[in-house]
Design a protein around this ligand. Structure first.
Ligand code: 8YV
Length: 302
């Protein structure tokens, strides 16, 4: 017997050719639908009561912090995400932010565009070099490991934390407080969970060295944002921020600061990666349609 085609509602038209593989897909807002058995969302909360026939929520992204996985499981709804395919793009962006902050790339670009360059400007402030620094990776998972591998090419010493402490040839394990104290550069690669929300609180941010650079391509809520803003306004530390606690709101104080580089949540936003994410979303939906296990299910244990 042929499996029934999954009737899919997608919160937007996701990029790439794989989207066309879905035979019965509609793009539109999450509104009550009796006939929908598959949803594609980008970490948007799913009102389960609106979809009585739902079998699968395919999340377009690795982070699924806004999806109530326990409630889905209780109703027999499978949740999938897109691990692995966005590691390189996100690690590249973390490095781009580290380099941009350390080498004052955005300030240099602005300086040229403002027509103020008269041949020399470096006297007004020499940059700190990246090479030879100590990089602390908060969360040595898939993306954190991709960052650590890139760090080798920049002659960085790598320290890391991870959920279940274990040795890695990619660096030296540290407790979080020690990592923050010893690092010149800190890059966050942990998922947002009850344990990591507010992980970098006022006490921990104060452990950062004077002149340290904090890069966040994970989730804004992992850092106490008002305290981070105060630290940045004081000029004690610098930051490269791709994520914010209340997106798309960005604290207005940050907009004028020379020690901050801002990007609009673009860690996975390359054509190759976004297309691969769509492919994995579609492959998960088609697996469920065939009656096969999903490729990348989210488990309750995380
Ligand atoms: C977004 C992300 O999902 O994977 C994640 O956790 O935050 C991103 O890849 C993507 O930007 C679509 O919203």
């Amino acid at each position: 017997m042929l499996a029934a085609v999954v009737k899919v509602l997608a919160s937007r038209r996701y990029p790439g050719p794989a989207f066309e593989e879905l035979e019965d897909v509609e793009v539109g807002p999450l509104e009550p639908r009796e006939d929908v058995d598959g949803l594609i969302v980008a970490n948007e909360p799913v009102p389960l009561e609106m979809f009585p026939s739902l079998r699968i929520v395919a999340n377009y992204g690795v982070g699924y912090d806004r999806i109530d996985v326990a409630a889905c499981a209780a109703q027999g709804v499978v949740v999938t995400n897109t691990p692995g395919v966005l590691d390189a793009a996100t690690a590249d962006l973390a490095f781009a932010l580290l380099l941009a902050v350390r080498r004052q790339i955005v300030a240099g670009d602005r300086f040229i565009r403002s027509d103020d360059w008269n041949g020399s400007w470096s006297e007004s402030g020499l940059a700190e070099e990246l090479s030879g620094s100590t990089l602390g990776i908060v969360g040595l998972g898939r993306i954190g490991s991709a960052v650590a591998r890139r760090a080798r090419g920049f002659d960085l010493r790598v320290l890391y934390t991870r959920r279940r402490p274990a040795d890695s040839e990619l660096g030296e394990y540290r407790e979080l407080d020690a990592l923050l104290t010893e690092s010149d550069l800190v890059s966050i690669h942990a998922p947002l969970t009850a344990e990591t929300e507010g992980l970098l609180d006022a006490r921990r941010l104060a452990l950062l060295r004077d002149g340290a650079v904090l890069v966040n391509t994970a989730r804004g809520e992992i850092v106490d944002e008002p305290v981070l803003v105060a630290e940045l306004v004081s000029g004690r530390i610098s930051a490269g921020l791709d994520v914010f606690a209340h997106e798309p709101e960005v604290p207005s104080e940050l907009l004028e600061l020379p020690n901050v580089v801002l990007t609009p949540h673009i860690g996975s936003a390359t054509r190759q990666t976004r297309e691969a994410m769509t492919q994995l979303v579609v492959d998960n939906l088609l697996a469920v349609e065939r009656g096969d296990p999903p490729l990348t299910p989210v488990t309750l244990a995380g």
